[in-house]
Design a protein around this ligand. Structure first.
Ligand code: PLP
Length: 382
């Protein structure tokens, strides 16, 4: 059973925002610290032994996401993974081609796309997704309608950040494959959140965070690339590549794994993270957390708030999002919930709508959700 006592989280704060930066338990932080001490005791020996250790760590993560260990590398975060996707497309596509995204993508990744495509003549086309967000099948049609002959790639979140909506990645991928369009998926929220087989997903590139729902130490994420695209995956940092130390797992690993001196302890702690998840009966934990999300969503709807997604209850996510009354100032409400009620939750203005997104992890209690409901009744006079 995952409880709050396993985490260094502030006991005075109702923490309903795991979704932003995750949270890491004491046990894994201690293992991370041990790795840092191995490094600091003998830095030269540590970095010489690093490729072999990373090879093992890659194997553990590859097993977890059902992928081949030579098709994925550790990167520090999904932003990094998205930058590699954008830098790669900037070199692979031609002027006049376009990349389709939605207006529910993570802002930093959108900036990365704009930055890398600047001056290439490759366009970023943005599909507008209405709110409340329609059910999966309709959503797939809405996105696919924006595809035209210039569309050469689709970049989409597996679970959207602001609106916590599961995107129809499977359906879009089938259509994209038939049409010869590349699928690039930002799975920042997906690892440990949804059972995931990257192999079965059939996408072209996938990035996702271990430091979010899996609870790994901050700075552990993956980038997976389809084998025949790997030679073209552009490393945003050029380091020693094949001229450096290598375990012979191929040019893709050599080019992307070592980016210069840095602290690789989050990567090396990821296998222990996966073990920790297993010890805590992970998918049962996820089921329980999802039940708390449903409970919270139902109570919020009883207060008159509308769910962000039409089929939220079928999406089995660990975040719930509701639309707030139009006149509410989201960021101001978020500040008041923290300062007056000790509740850490996201309230924001997304496009033209104020919304509230709450997260539930295994350690979240129903009492914390009740605290939020009470505070909202008070603040919004519901
Ligand atoms: C959909 C999505 N993409 C990318 C990111 C960026 O993750 P990171 O800051 O770990 O790079 C986030 C962060 O929450 C996200 O929600």
């Amino acid at each position: 059973m995952i409880t709050r006592a396993l985490f260094p989280l502030d006991p005075d704060v109702a923490f309903l925002n795991h979704g932003s930066f995750g949270a890491c338990p004491h046990t894994l932080l201690a293992i991370q610290h041990e790795w840092q001490m191995v490094l600091e005791r003998e830095p030269v020996a540590f970095f010489h032994a690093l490729p072999a250790r990373l090879q093992q760590a890659r194997k553990a993560l590859a097993d977890f996401v059902d992928a081949d260990p030579t098709d994925l590398v550790y990167v520090t975060n999904s932003t990094y993974g998205a930058n590699i996707m954008a830098a790669t497309m900037a070199r692979q596509l031609k002027p006049g081609d376009s990349v389709l995204i939605t207006d529910h993508e993570y802002g930093a990744c959108v900036r990365a796309w704009k930055n890398h495509l600047q001056g290439t003549g490759i366009h970023l086309k943005v599909c507008h997704i209405p709110m409340p967000i329609p059910a999966q099948a309709d959503l797939e049609d809405i996105i696919w309608k924006e595809v035209d002959s210039s569309t050469k790639a689709i970049f989409i979140s597996h679970i959207t950040s602001p609106t916590a909506c599961l995107m129809p990645v499977g359906g879009l991928t089938s259509r994209a494959r038939q049409a010869g369009i590349m699928m690039l998926v930002d799975g920042a929220h997906a690892l440990g959140h949804l059972p995931l087989s990257v192999r079965d997903l059939g996408v072209d590139m996938y990035t996702g965070n271990c430091h979010k729902w899996m609870c790994a130490p901050k700075g552990s994420a993956l980038l997976w690339v389809r084998p025949d695209l790997q030679p073209h995956a552009f490393p945003v940092i050029t380091s020693w590549g094949a001229d450096g130390l290598s375990v012979g797992d191929g040019a893709f690993i050599d080019e992307h794994e070592y980016t210069g001196t840095r602290d690789p302890s989050p990567f090396l702690t990821t296998p222990a993270t996966i073990e920790w998840m297993k010890e805590h009966d992970w998918w049962t934990t996820v089921d329980r957390a999802h039940a708390v999300v449903c409970y919270g969503m139902e109570r919020l709807m009883e207060l008159g708030l509308k769910p962000m997604s039409a089929d939220w209850s079928e999406q089995k996510l660990l975040m719930g999002t509701v639309l707030l009354p139009e006149e509410v100032d989201g960021p101001d409400l978020q500040r008041r919930l923290l300062s007056a009620h000790n509740i850490q939750v996201i309230c924001m203005q997304w496009l033209d709508k104020p919304l509230l997104r709450f997260s539930v992890h295994g350690y979240t209690t129903t009492e914390e959700v009740h605290q939020l409901l009470t505070a909202l009744k008070h603040e919004l006079m519901l």
